[in-house]
Design a protein around this ligand. Structure first.
Ligand code: PEP
Length: 262
């Protein structure tokens, strides 16, 4: 079957850039992409700022009719109530956020998020029509012990617990050993795991969702290595951390079709 999935280049800012810096960044990003005649229908570009920036980013995108999408870096599994410090999916939906990252390895390790928490957050996001970007990935130790796809596949199986065949989701394969290390996976390694994740979607939820779901690779992606990943049939984009904080570098990643001749 022909791949009709729109590529997605997503920038996870983590705890960087305040709301004023966010406004300047998104403006510059849109200018850089417009200057390069970026085809947003071919490559969608999304940013994931900290919660405190979201309202400013939303206002800018809406006022200037920018084509850049945005999302949050986390969401509560709860609907509302006595959960100090948490942000609900309903609040994010009200801000017109399209996406939310769920289960990033930093949340799994630093905030003890289990696969079950990831599944509950995914369900909360879907309930409010946010597209969850479900992150999975193995540590270096997992890789040695269990091989490349066992852990990411097991994580995805649990995360899909309350996902239905008509849901829109994005899956991000992010080997923990590649995040922020400068040591990206090879395109072949990424393809192997992304293909296994697509098979998991197919087995659990059917052909339609497996064929339309975008599966991203993340881990030390830069403008100089994105081309190799995007040539792989099961890699539909990238989740970018460090390199998403440099406007020109991030725009360069989003413009990969121009430098790979795709
Ligand atoms: C990430 O944290 O999601 C990530 C992929 O980071 P980096 O691109 O810096 O490796």
């Amino acid at each position: 079957m022909v791949n009709t999935r729109t590529a997605l280049i997503a920038g996870n800012w983590k705890m960087n850039l305040d709301h004023l810096q966010a406004i300047a960044f998104v403006q510059k990003l849109a200018w850089a992409l417009d200057d390069a005649k970026h085809d947003y229908a071919a490559v969608e570009v999304a940013v994931f700022p900290p919660f405190t920036d979201l309202r400013s980013v939303q206002t800018l995108i809406s006022a200037d009719k920018l084509k850049v999408a945005f999302g949050a870096q986390d969401v509560s599994a709860q609907e509302s109530g006595a959960y100090t410090g948490e942000i609900s999916a309903a609040f994010l939906a009200k801000l017109d956020a399209q996406y939310v990252i769920i289960g990033h390895s930093e949340r799994r390790t630093l905030h003890n998020e289990t696969d079950e928490v990831v599944a509950a957050k995914t369900a909360a996001a879907l309930k409010h029509k946010l597209v969850p970007v479900i992150c999975v990935g193995e540590t270096a130790e997992d890789l040695e012990k269990h091989g490349p796809s066992a852990v990411p596949v097991a994580q995805l199986e649990v995360a899909l617990g309350q996902v239905s065949a008509d849901s829109e989701i994005v899956v991000a394969y992010e080997p923990v050993w590649a995040i922020g290390s400068g040591q990206a996976a090879t395109p072949e390694q990424a393809e192997q795991v992304c293909a296994a994740l697509r098979s998991t979607l197919r087995e659990k939820l059917g052909d339609a969702i497996a064929d339309r779901t975008r599966i991203l690779y993340g881990g030390s992606v830069k403008s100089s290595n994105i081309a190799g990943f995007m040539r792989e049939p099961n890699v539909d984009g990238a989740l970018v951390g460090g390199a998403s904080l440099d406007v020109n570098e991030f725009a360069g990643i989003a413009r990969f079709p121009q430098h790979v001749g795709l």
